[in-house]
Design a protein around this ligand. Structure first.
Ligand code: FES
Ligand SMILES: [Fe+2]
Length: 388
């Protein structure tokens, strides 16, 4: 096999529609209208330890510029734009507890409400304060399991636990992980994560899969998990090797490949994948930033205490992180940034991807389903069927 290119950080696709045999027609109009994701969810964005009281952090999330701050031990988020002259607020200083002061002319904003409390360089009786009703938008932020979570929607947010996997909240759960920004549409990230066929080919090479015996081919049927929270799939057919007509046998037999790989894969909104391994689970989130890019958060969730927890951390930094979270998942990164669809022609393993698109269309929170579909799309059943 040829060497695979490294990710370049430049996306090839910057249009809204992802699925379909033809531009302008889709079976999944809600999915295909969401290049910046679904705001009515809690999203994890960074490690709590990275948000210091001394320095704010500016991030683009779901197409919005957001400034994060820590003050009095709590995390806050607000629109990252000063309403005076439009500069970014995340470098703002803390001159008074519970506020941040814009670096340019010293307008002071309340971290909780976003209200303008003072315009320092206009004096204590500045008419722009109070009378002007000037403020910046603030966003709900919570911290759980060492991570900062944000809600960017307009509705009243549900409890943050609604959007956190149950396993994360167990008292003996430990999280290790890697957070990066990748080029590529967040939905291509989801589809690649849940993609049935690529594991059997793309990931055959590399240190992480060196010992693993991967099937040659297979496909599955979709179903919802018992708790109703995850889209998952049941194996319908599988083969570890076969004679391909006119070509020969594939894959070559290697005596050293004996270990089992992943033992189950699940997906849920707003873009969260779970992969079960023998005694820990891998999770990843694809959080849209600006169109064509997403924040890629990978975590290993392991239930352990004491020496078991310490051993797991050592194993993570020496083995899982370099070979799985970096090398193995960088194989996906190049594919995700490099894809352009539509058009596409689908085969049996793509039933998994089609079920993901349908699940998002049916369940995405905050969508008015009785409203007519977006004008630019015509819902057409005959489009984009799997060839079987
Ligand atoms: S631009 Fe922020 S105070 Fe002037
Ligand atoms: Fe992959």
């Amino acid at each position: 096999m040829a060497l695979m290119p490294k990710p370049t950080g430049v996306p090839r696709q910057l249009v809204a529609q992802i699925s379909g045999a033809e531009v302008g027609r889709t079976k999944f109009p809600i999915y295909d209208s969401a290049p910046l994701g679904f705001p009515e969810y809690w999203y994890p964005v960074m490690w709590s330890r990275d948000l210091s009281p001394r320095q704010g952090i500016g991030l683009t999330l779901l197409g919005r510029d957001i400034a994060f701050f820590r003050d009095g031990g709590r995390a806050y988020a607000m629109e990252n734009r000063c309403p005076h002259r439009g500069v970014q607020l995340h470098p703002a200083a803390c001159d008074f507890p519970g506020t941040r002061t814009c670096s340019y002319h010293g307008w002071v904003f309340d971290l909780k409400t976003g209200a303008l409390k003072a315009a320092l360089t206009d004096g204590p009786d500045s008419p722009v304060v109070g009378k002007g009703n000037v403020s910046v938008r603030t966003y709900p932020v919570e911290e759980r399991r060492g991570l900062v979570w944000i809600y960017l929607g307009d509705e009243t947010p549900p409890p943050v636990e609604t959007d956190i996997p149950d396993e994360f909240l167990m008292s003996d759960a430990i999280l290790t992980g890697r957070i990066t920004t990748r080029a590529g549409d967040w939905r291509h990230g989801c589809e690649n994560g849940y993609d049935e066929g690529h594991v059997k080919y793309l990931h055959r090479r590399g240190a992480w899969t060196f010992w693993r015996r991967a099937p040659a081919w297979g496909w599955s049927e979709p179903r919802m998990s018992e708790d109703g929270k995850w889209l998952t799939r049941d194996l319908a057919d599988i083969g570890f090797g076969a004679e391909y007509p006119g070509l020969g046998h594939w894959p070559p037999k290697h005596w050293w490949r004996w270990r089992r790989g992943a033992r189950g894969i699940r997906f849920r909104l707003p873009g969260n994948l779970r992969v079960q391994y023998a005694n820990w689970a891998h999770y990843e989130w694809y959080v849209p930033t600006k169109q064509g890019y997403h924040r890629y958060l990978q975590f290993i969730c392991k239930r352990a205490t004491g020496l078991g927890a310490l051993w797991h951390r050592i194993k993570y930094y020496l083995y899982i992180r370099p070979f799985f979270h970096r090398q193995f998942n960088d194989q996906d990164a190049w594919m995700v940034e490099n894809m352009t669809t539509p058009p596409e022609i689908l085969y049996r393993p793509d039933r998994a991807m089609q079920s993901l698109r349908q699940y998002v269309d049916d369940h995405a929170r905050g969508i008015k389903r009785d409203a007519p579909p977006p004008e630019r799309f015509v819902r057409k059943k005959a489009q984009n069927e799997v060839i079987s």
